[in-house]
Design a protein around this ligand. Structure first.
Ligand SMILES: [Zn+2]
Length: 200
């Protein structure tokens, strides 16, 4: 079991290619390098690796199905302008995890502070990896993947000793950012559903 856990963590690496996006300054590059190394450390943390190991076993997803987990340095922009947290090439078992933009992070930090940004960025990356690992089994069944990813993410955050309200707001933000104003969702998330959180 331990061996398999180490296997998965050994497949995580930071990848920058295919070249830095146009118009990015050295400052951008430095920011995204720091972001990716933070995500890399977060995903490889033993507590999270043990959790993933448990999830893979429970879902009967073989560790060999995971080809590689690439923590991408630069954000992915879809044609509709929306960002992407991750994607998965199920045939090759290749998972990619993408960062939020520097612009988003700057605005977020101004509103909520650096430590909350780190909690959010770490949670977003963990949720993305859980989601993409589930795609290895459920392929194109997006609804099933989303539903299970929420359950697993919640199961992981629950076991961490921290404030329930913070958990719930981060959880809300990671999963309910379909709206144009994720920062407002985050603000609303605080205190709104504490009782619900506790009773689940
Ligand atoms: Zn998906």
């Amino acid at each position: 079991m331990l061996e398999k856990a180490q296997l998965l963590s050994g497949k995580i690496k930071i990848t920058a290619g295919p070249g830095k996006p146009e118009g990015f300054s050295q400052r951008h590059v430095g920011f995204y390098m720091n972001y990716s190394s933070f995500v890399f450390r977060t995903l490889r943390r033993p507590s999270f690796q043990r959790f993933l190991q448990w999830m893979l076993r429970r879902e009967r997803i073989e560790a060999q199905m995971v080809g590689a987990v690439d923590v991408k340095v630069f954000p992915f922009r879809r044609k509709n302008g929306k960002g992407l947290a991750g994607n998965c090439d199920t045939a090759r078992g290749k998972i990619r995890i993408y960062p939020k933009t520097m612009k988003f992070c700057r605005e977020f930090t101004q509103k909520f502070g650096k430590s909350t940004l780190l909690v959010y960025a770490g949670s977003r990356a963990r949720a993305a990896l859980i989601h993409e690992l589930l795609h290895l089994k459920y392929a194109t069944d997006e609804n099933r993947v989303r539903e299970l990813a929420k359950e697993y993410f919640f199961a992981f955050t629950r076991i961490k000793p921290s404030k329930a309200s913070e958990h719930f707001s981060i959880y809300t933000m990671v999963f309910k950012t379909k709206t144009d104003e994720p920062l407002q969702v985050f603000q609303k998330g605080i205190n709104v559903q504490d009782s619900k959180f506790i009773s689940i």
